[in-house]
Design a protein around this ligand. Structure first.
Ligand code: LLP
Length: 425
């Protein structure tokens, strides 16, 4: 192995670039599997009933879902497109859970017709529509009730979801969750498995989860007394933080699980409730650190004493997170990994937009046009949030496993870009 090159899963980044071009998403599949297993192994060791559902919004493709399926994960989908991908990957339908704050009739019907494992009901409108469709199909559906426990996790506002002033779910304090439960229990077409909450994303501590569980258990206690209803499932969502840069200090994934399980166990014990199945829905923590984006360096603009702009051949079209959330990333020059860091540069995307900056103030070796830049931890919400601004094509995605590279999503072509355009002449 030439010492100066970055290797991903045993393959040189430069060779991958040569073979597939840039920008390129590269996933180390072993890393994905290890992340999945740190969740499942911890649940196994604690001896509780559980499901780990991969939140496919983080990165969905047929190959990715096949890996999730091989790891025995359940699957969280939030749209017809994500469900369609799951069906194409032959995901076991009973392991699919459907989310969404505005599920369309088509989405609900597709879920019913394919007999998916459960629907996470989000609002009163949905309950009525779902009930009508279940009547029409003369069938039943397992549901979880999405609640917002009034917890503010410490993360970016746009990815906060557990506070009461949220577009998602039924809030616990106003009585809306009670009303939703009553409605569901009174309809024979619903099997109410229990409750769901997701307090936010990229969370580095367990305090928010513990608070959410306690809040939920106050409600579950009340539901036992008032409706003689006991939850058989408690789904605590995802949100476990990952390392993007050295400033991030995530907990080992098993620690989140241990804390969640212990808190649920202790609440059940104090309140004399049966221990439910504990479900979680991690997305980012399964794929985030396993993905790297490779770019080719193009133009370099030096403003002496001010800044050096190094432009790459992608940007906010393949990674909108810096522009949208001021997210920080780390990167290395993949063909110069052992060279001393001698300059500070800022990495610009190539979109016609000043805000299209991927990294500010990155320490690099002497950087030149033609170098390969590897941005780390781009495996979650990168490809899945890719877009066609400036009519850029979406990159290819390559999986590496056992020292072999596999193209799993082809690079889009310009033909793909215009395929739905119709002439107006
Ligand atoms: N469950 C539910 C109901 C969710 O809404 C989410 C994320 C997850 C699970 C998975 O969360 P994770 O483990 O990946 O943090 N685009 C943003 C993240 C939005 C997350 C939306 N929901 C980003 O790039 O940071």
């Amino acid at each position: 192995m030439p010492a100066n090159h970055l290797y991903i899963g045993g393959i040189s980044a430069s060779d991958l670039v040569h073979k597939y071009g840039t920008p390129l998403f590269v996933y180390d599949v072993n890393h994905i599997r290890e992340n999945a297993r740190s969740f499942t192994r911890t649940f196994e060791s604690l001896g509780v009933n559980y499901q780990v559902a991969y939140a496919s919004k983080a990165f969905s493709s047929i190959a990715m879902l096949q890996v999730a399926k091989q790891e025995g994960l359940s699957l969280d989908v939030v749209s017809q497109g994500e469900l369609y991908t799951a069906l194409k990957a032959h995901y076991p339908v009973d392991k699919i859970h459907m989310h969404g704050n505005n599920k369309s009739l088509e989405e609900l019907e597709m879920a019913i017709e394919n007999e998916i494992g459960c629907i996470v009901v989000d609002n009163f409108y949905e309950i009525e529509r779902l009930n009508e469709l279940l009547e029409k199909h003369q069938t039943k559906m397992k549901v979880l009730l999405r609640v917002t426990p009034g917890i503010e996790a410490h993360t970016h506002d746009y990815i906060l979801t557990g506070q009461e002033d949220s577009k998602f779910g039924f809030d616990l304090s106003s009585g809306q969750a009670d009303q939703a439960l009553e409605t569901l229990l009174n309809r024979e077409r619903f099997e109410v498995l229990g409750v769901h909450c997701h307090i936010g994303s990229q969370i580095f501590e367990t305090h928010g989860f513990i608070m959410a569980i306690r809040k939920i258990y106050e409600t579950l206690d009340h539901w036992k007394n008032r409706y003689d209803y006991e939850s058989v499932v408690i789904n605590l969502g995802g949100g476990f933080g990952i390392r993007y840069t050295n400033e991030d200090e995530p907990l080992p994934l098993n620690e989140y699980v241990v804390k969640l399980v212990k808190t649920v166990q202790s609440e059940c014990k104090t309140r004399q409730l049966n221990l439910p199945e504990i479900w979680i829905e991690p997305g980012r923590s399964i794929v985030g650190e396993a993905g790297t984006t490779l770019y080719t360096v193009g133009s370099i603009k030096n403003l002496p004493g001010v800044r050096k702009y190094v432009s790459v051949d992608g940007g906010m079209t393949d990674n909108i997170r810096p522009a949208l959330y001021q997210a920080k990333y780390d990167a290395v020059v993949a063909n110069k990994v052992n060279e001393p860091l001698v300059e500070q540069v800022s990495i610009a995307g190539k979109c016609c937009e000043s805000g299209d900056m991927l990294i500010w103030d990155l320490e690099v070796p002497k950087i030149e046009s033609g170098d390969v830049l590897a941005v780390r931890s781009t495996g979650a919400y990168g490809y899945s949030m890719a877009n066609h601004y400036n009519r850029f094509t979406k990159p290819a995605v390559v999986f590496i496993e056992d020292g072999q590279d596999h193209l799993v999503v082809k690079r889009e072509t310009y033909r793909d870009i215009v395929q739905n355009d119709l002439s107006f002449e």
